[in-house]
Ligand binder design. Structure first.
Ligand code: UD1
Ligand code: CA
Length: 443
């Protein structure tokens, strides 16, 4: 196969009314453009070129170096955008064009486009859709015999044309030799832009063969031009994600209130309760119970865990762990098998070994806690001295009395005990019991 994909992403995105480039807005946890890139990468095309505006570093930082780039100096329209990629496309027989703001395109739609293009030997093959509300979109105008004669953009359309429900989806495949010959000759539209869609009229005048592929589901080609369309796409995609998990054995009693990002994995037998957000690259193993009112982001959760009304970010949660209600586990924390974190507990950048309990009103930061430790209510690792964060290490089987303050850096020995209300300012040997302020060894 000798075809390349060009993704147009150099438009101003004015209708978003946002300082963020349009294609970087998030859709179920990933920028809009990354979905278009994924579908392009899944196709048979051998090269992908993204057309970017002049100020483009922010977009390049997100996309990375797996594709080629070209720059459209000024947003003079979709035809001009494609023309700016021409020098990178020498030697390709066919060029596929995708819009950077049409992210829900399924991979098989692109395969159908490619197959249809080759089967019909067309100069242009384009994707169209019958939509309920064609407002703002290019209308496909057909002759009495059903063949396409032109595409009319909304601002140029007559009343009759506006009533047409078949729209141009912004996804095309072109015969390269005809394309490069015709593009520079296109007229400037009333808006001052040169429209890629004007090629349809040129091809009709040149008696070139054209074909269309119509989508079954209009959402697949939903374009995102404003914040309302972004939320429509988000809701559509979210519903699809939730349905996929339910069909795979995940229980979601109230999917309308469950938000799962596109890259999240969840195994069979898990229950996701209402008002729960599973975000980023989280992986949730089977038979866990997550929610209600919980946010889990970029975290792996083991089997048979229970996380209720809590936040868990950027962490690893082992099998059989329970967290919550009302706790905050974050920043590279690892909770080993059987750990119990109760209510009003914050844990950050810490490792907690098997079966340790931290059940009430505690702050554990920059700490390593052994197994079978009991952390009493109100315990605090005083990790910050105003300049640096200091480490606390607590040995296996230790018993930390309620309201203990551990002034880091500090090491509490294996099996050591601290009295209620003690303030620990120096290391505690294995097996020792310390009490008081500052704490001293109880003899
Ligand atoms: C475009 C089509 C319209 C179609 C719709 C489908 C044109 C003229 N119109 O309209 O027929 O129904 O998509 O979603 O093509 N872009 C550039 N440089 C530019 C202008 C745009 O790279 O100078 C890029 C944009 O970043 C965007 C894509 O091209 O990714 C489409 O541009 P946009 O302005 O969103 O076109 P629509 O009005 O949606
Ligand atoms: Ca658009």
């Amino acid at each position: 196969m000798n075809e390349a994909v060009v993704i147009l992403a150099a438009g101003k995105g004015t209708r978003m009314q946002s300082c963020l480039p349009k294609v970087l807005h998030q859709l179920c946890g990933k920028p809009i453009i990354s979905y278009v890139l994924e579908v392009a990468k899944a196709s048979e095309a051998t090269e992908i070129i993204v057309v970017l505006p002049k100020e483009n570093q922010e977009i390049k930082d997100v996309i990375g170096s797996s594709v080629s780039y070209c720059t459209q100096e000024k947003a003079l329209g979709t035809a001009d955008a494609l023309l700016s990629a021409q020098s990178l496309l020498k030697g390709y027989n066919d060029v596929i064009v995708l819009s950077g703001d049409v992210p829900l395109v399924p991979a098989d739609l692109l395969s159908s486009l490619i197959t249809k293009h080759h089967e019909t030997n067309s100069s242009i093959t384009l994707v169209t859709a019958d939509v309920k509300n064609p407002d703002g979109l290019g209308r496909v105008i057909r002759n009495n015999n059903g063949s396409m004669s032109t595409i009319v953009e909304q601002i140029d359309a007559t009343g009759d044309e506006l009533a047409i429900g078949e729209i141009n989806a912004g996804i095309y495949m072109f015969e390269a030799s005809w394309l490069w010959n015709s593009l520079p000759k296109l007229p400037r539209a009333k808006s001052g832009e040169v429209y890629l869609t004007s090629l349809i009229h040129s091809a009709a005048l040149d008696n070139k063969d054209m074909a269309t592929v119509k989508v079954n589901e209009e959402y697949e080609v939903l374009g995102i031009n404003n914040q309302i369309q972004l939320s429509i796409a988000e809701n559509y995609m979210r519903e699809k994600i939730n349905m996929k998990f339910m069909l795979n054995g995940v229980t979601i009693p109230d999917p309308k209130t469950v938000y799962i990002d596109t890259d999240v994995a969840i195994s069979t037998g898990t229950i996701i309760k209402p008002n729960t957000h599973l975000l980023g690259k989280s992986i949730i193993a089977g038979r866990s119970e997550i929610g209600p009112n919980t946010v889990v982001r970029n975290t792996t959760v083991g089997i048979q865990c229970k996380i209720e009304s809590s936040y868990v970010f950027d962490s690893h949660i082992g099998n059989g762990v329970s967290i919550g209600p009302f706790s905050n586990v974050r920043s590279n924390t690892t909770l080993a098998k059987g750990v119990r974190v109760g209510n009003f507990v914050e844990i950050k950048n810490s490792k907690v070994a098997e079966n340790t309990r931290i059940l009430h009103h505690s702050y554990i930061g920059d700490a390593e806690i052994g197994k079978n430790v009991n952390i009493g209510a109100g315990t605090i690792t005083c990790n910050f001295d105003g300049v640096t964060k200091n480490y606390t290490k607590i040995g296996d089987e230790a018993f930390i009395g309620s309201n203990t303050m551990m002034v880091a850096p500090l090491k509490i020995g294996i099996g050591a005990k601290t009295g209620a209300g003690s303030v620990i300012t120096s290391d505690v040997p294995d097996g020792a019991t310390v009490i008081g302020v500052p704490a001293r060894i109880k003899t």
